[in-house]
Ligand binder design. Structure first.
Ligand SMILES: *Cc1c(COP(=O)(O)O)cnc(C)c1O
Length: 453
């Protein structure tokens, strides 16, 4: 080793010396002693490599600053709010549904002690989900309902409780994969049921279901193709026919709708089977997520016949799948909004899906003017995302940005405060205003101007 390198290395402070410095006090209290010590160690290792390569010897205060920056960058990876300018209303990576004002307030309040399992009228223990279940049943128009941790848990609980050790009859055209590690056949196996596949990928007839029913059948299951479509030569057995078959044969029929649109809706949403239509068709149980078209928190709703729900609620897995007080608070507020109006525009997902196109156009025009520098309002088409309305696109309006290479602009907006998540399309950065609450328009202009400069 050269003498100057050895000299440089020997002049470096050790970790303990850095931790004792006055100018390290703030980072120590912000991040905690252990993370800060680790960051200093990492920084010193880097510096030693640099010195060996002929680099300069930093001062101790520079090491303190660098270690603090390291930890700040790490903290940037914690859960953070973002502006969703992708236009994808139910963006899986951005937390699906944003909550309503009432739901957020309810969550904030539920952070403290709550009546999660307490009855104020008699001071005794109460059910965690009874009241929420009543609200959900009211919203779904069913005898009973319960709410569990998410849609996947709801489906697993229903199959385990009604067909544990027995068969579940499902069409081969509905053996879906929702996301990584979530494939229907694997879920059935994990629930301890036997999958009895019927029909083919593109065609399953009522006769196929009928032929499959035997002594070992626990459940008929229909699964909504919430993230793909089968087109061309296809035949599907409608829910109504399955409901009738189930009643004839004395086998319960469950319909996993996934997306949870409560009522039939016109326009683009007309493609989505509603909870009301599934119940009308004779589904004994319907299953859907809380954070898709319902616009609530992560949750899974099971609604339908009281006797079947009782079997679900009493199954041991119900405890493992239970919701916490924050989910319950947000879900209650969301369901109350749906009980007040068929299309509750105080639920952001509903407001965004029903946003007036003319209004979107005006906002995009205003924003393009404010941004200047070649920004322009453009008409675009947007998917709903998040396991709802596959193949359906909504007309929307966006601001197309100009002035910098799109990839660079995209990454600068991603690094902004708050981060702005955009869509890159045909070599342009688009801010799709469908998913931006109008109240945030002015702030968004400031953030984008900052990123453009
Ligand atoms: C989304 C979806 C699920 C899973 O629901 P999560 O709430 O994401 O767990 C299950 N089935 C269908 C049809 C879905 O669309």
């Amino acid at each position: 080793m050269a003498a100057d390198v050895r000299d440089g290395l020997s002049r470096l402070p050790d970790v303990a010396a850095v931790l004792e410095r006055h100018d390290a006090a703030e980072a120590l209290s912000t991040f905690g002693p252990r993370p800060f010590a680790r960051a200093v160690e990492e920084e010193l290792a880097l510096v030693r490599d640099r010195i060996r390569a002929g680099g300069p010897v930093p001062r101790a205060d520079e090491i303190v600053v660098a270690a603090g920056e390291r930890l700040a960058a790490h903290r940037g990876r914690r859960l953070s709010r973002v502006v969703n300018a992708t236009g994808v209303v139910l963006h899986g990576n951005l937390g699906r549904a944003p909550l309503s004002g009432a739901a957020r307030a309810a969550v904030a309040e539920a952070g403290g002690y709550t009546t999660i399992e307490y009855d104020r009228t008699d001071g005794r223990r109460a059910s965690r989900t009874a009241h929420l279940g009543e609200l959900a049943a009211e919203a779904c128009g069913t005898e009973a309902a319960t709410v569990v941790n998410n849609g996947a848990a709801a489906l697993m609980l229903v199959t385990a409780a009604l067909a544990g050790g027995r068969e579940v009859v499902v069409s081969r055209g509905e053996l879906i994969e929702i996301g990584e590690n979530y494939r229907l056949p694997d879920v059935m196996a994990a629930a301890g049921t036997h999958l009895h596949e019927v029909g083919t990928t593109n065609s399953t007839r009522l006769a196929d279901y009928r032929a499959a029913i035997g002594d070992d059948t626990g459940l008929l299951l229909k699964v909504h193709r919430s993230n793909y479509r089968v087109v061309g030569f296809t035949e599907d057995t409608p829910a109504g026919a399955l409901g009738e078959l189930g009643r004839e044969e004395g086998v319960p029929f469950a319909y996993d709708l996934g997306s949870g649109l409560l009522h039939d809706a016109p326009g683009a949403l007309a493609e989505e089977p509603s909870v009301a239509s599934a119940v009308r068709a004779g589904a004994d149980l319907v299953i859907f997520s809380g954070d898709k078209l319902l616009g609530g928190p992560q949750a899974g709703v099971i609604a339908g016949r009281a006797d079947l729900l009782l079997r679900c609620i009493r199954h041991p897995l119900a405890r493992a799948f239970q919701i916490d007080k924050l989910q319950r608070a947000a879900m209650e507020a969301t369901l109350e909004a749906h009980l007040r109006a068929d299309v509750p525009t105080d639920v952001p997902v509903m407001a965004m899906l029903h946003a007036d196109e003319q209004r979107l156009r005006e906002r995009a025009g205003w924003m393009a003017d404010q941004l200047g520098g070649g920004a322009e309002a453009v008409s675009v088409r947007t998917v709903v995302g998040g396991g709802a309305l596959p193949g359906v696109e909504l007309d929307s309006w966006a601001v197309a940005l100009a002035g910098a290479p799109p990839e660079r602009l995209e990454s600068r907006l991603r690094a902004a405060d708050p981060p702005v998540i955009v869509r890159l399309e045909q070599g342009r950065v688009l801010l799709d205003l469908r998913t931006v609450p109008p109240a945030q328009d002015a702030d968004l202009v400031d953030v984008v101007l900052d990123a453009l400069s």
